[in-house]
Design a binder for this molecule. Structure first.
Ligand SMILES: CCCCCCCCCCCCCC(=O)CSCCNC(=O)CCNC(=O)[C@H](O)C(C)(C)COP(=O)(O)OP(=O)(O)OC[C@H]1O[C@@H](n2cnc3c(N)ncnc32)[C@H](O)[C@@H]1OP(=O)(O)O
Ligand SMILES: CCOC(=O)c1cnc2ccc(OC)cc2c1SCCC#N
Length: 389
């Protein structure tokens, strides 16, 4: 398959795979900031660039409305991601974020927001190399403006703005195969509300299974079973940072979280991100941690339901509690909060609990990519310690 745009970019090319002469690391060196193109790329006539201040209510609403109608759908067009405004504010304003990396495209005459792409800064470790990277996300072109080669211009523009901040690498995921994935992960789904999932057509009654038998199969206790399991609080940040750093060190690619990052990414925010710690009742030390984020989806064609409430496994660390028990408590809490499904990728150690806790494999894959950083060979999903929103 020809990739006319991606073949021009500093990304691993399919032809490099297995070539023992390719070294790991940056593909192109940084250039002097004075050599970075000082002005924005040229958009097709009648469109303008528009930096989006997500802190502004009106702008956050425009971004929400664009994504809710035009962002990612599954292959069967059953669902479309429905990121909330509060979630977008959280996702786009981590420590040291740049508003300039929240890039919109507007119609000159009407000012209508018709396209969007974002970057946020992150410190990502690749083996022993900690690299300042941009995490790129929320690339979206309005359905009516597709296949006009707008995406390459938007990607080049966000690249230019990242270069202006003296950063030269990026990380991103996609459901589509591009040059060249560093790994390919699988979504797994744990039904919490099987009746609704069957009703919307995602799940089907198993052979020789009645609805009541299916509901019983996925039933969970009414309360968590781990002593000391509680919501994370601000005072837990230093201990959670230590737990996470210790755990993530084993993966080939992982975020290099400090206290400020942990405070932003993991402190609970209602309907955005939930995190729990296990505090040993005797010693009061924090021994375990689990978290999931809230990403609803619009249900695109069902008479009885319009929204799917989905929880997505985020970062989990089990040092004393068995991982199975810790994650089962996460399922119990998600069920208590009326999520319909708990989703997880087969990254990190998730593979150890998926089958046992009655997750089923999805038919969607999520490919992970690095920009301007080559790995000698693709990773196993269990080598990956990075979850992008
Ligand atoms: C140093 C800093 C570096 C920062 C930048 C790093 C890189 C960041 C990269 C971005 C990471 C985003 C991560 C992210 O947001 C998470 S993945 C979610 C992407 N968004 C969606 O799927 C929403 C629905 N789809 C759309 O809005 C459009 O279909 C989009 C906008 C996706 C493409 O618009 P379109 O109207 O359908 O297509 P054209 O404009 O005509 O362009 C066609 C070209 O675009 C290539 N394409 C298609 N989908 C892509 C995707 N998901 N990533 C990268 N490239 C993608 C395609 O291969 C082709 O290039 P090729 O001819 O070479 O094959
Ligand atoms: C019930 C299980 O499927 C989903 O939760 C779901 C929801 N909304 C989506 C919107 C766009 C979409 O595009 C790939 C997929 C979904 C999916 S399946 C993959 C995400 C996970 N887990």
């Amino acid at each position: 398959k020809r990739h006319r745009f991606w073949e021009t970019q500093p990304v691993g090319q399919f032809r490099d795979l297995g070539d023992p002469t390719v070294t790991e690391g940056p593909i192109e060196p940084p250039i002097p900031l004075s050599d970075v193109k000082p002005d924005p790329y040229t958009l097709p006539a009648s469109y303008d660039w528009s930096t989006c201040d997500i802190s502004d209510d009106a702008v956050a609403t425009e971004v929400y409305n664009l994504l809710t109608a035009n962002y990612v759908e599954d292959d069967e067009n059953m669902f479309r991601f429905n990121y909330s405004r509060e979630f977008l504010r959280w996702a786009l304003r981590p420590p040291a974020y740049f508003t300039a990396w929240h890039i919109g495209v507007r119609v000159k005459s009407s000012k209508k927001l018709v396209a969007f792409i974002t970057g946020v800064p992150a410190r990502i470790r690749v083996r022993n190399d900690v690299v300042g990277m941009a995490e790129i996300n929320f690339l979206c072109v309005h359905k009516k403006l597709r296949s006009k080669r707008l995406a390459p211009v938007m990607i080049k523009e966000v690249t230019r703005r990242v270069h202006l901040e003296n950063m030269w690498q990026a990380a991103y995921t996609a459901g589509v195969v591009l040059p060249t994935p560093i790994t390919t992960t699988q979504y797994w789904h744990r039904s919490l509300n099987p009746k609704k999932l069957i009703e919307v057509g995602f799940s089907r009654l198993g052979p020789r299974m009645t609805m009541s038998r299916t509901i019983k199969l996925y039933k969970l206790p009414d309360s968590v079973i781990t002593p000391g399991f509680r919501k994370m609080e601000l005072r837990d940040v230093p201990a959670v940072t230590r737990l996470l750093q210790g755990y993530l060190a084993q993966f080939v690619v992982a975020p290099d979280f400090d206290d400020a990052d942990v405070e932003h990414w993991l402190l609970p925010r209602e309907d955005v991100v939930e995190s729990y710690v296990v505090e040993c009742p005797q010693t009061h030390e924090l021994t375990d941690f689990c978290s999931f984020y809230t990403l609803p989806s619009s249900i695109l064609s069902n008479q009885n339901y319009s929204v799917l409430k989905a929880a997505y496994s985020y970062y989990n660390v089990a040092t004393k509690t068995p991982l199975l028990q810790l994650m089962n408590d996460a399922l119990i809490v998600a069920k208590q909060k009326e999520y319909d499904v708990f989703n997880a990728l087969d990254v990190m150690h998730n593979g150890k609990f998926l089958k046992e806790l009655k997750f089923g494999p999805g038919d969607g894959q999520l490919h992970y990519y690095l920009y301007n950083y080559r790995l000698q060979h693709p990773l196993k999903p269990s080598d990956l310690g990075l979850v992008l929103l």
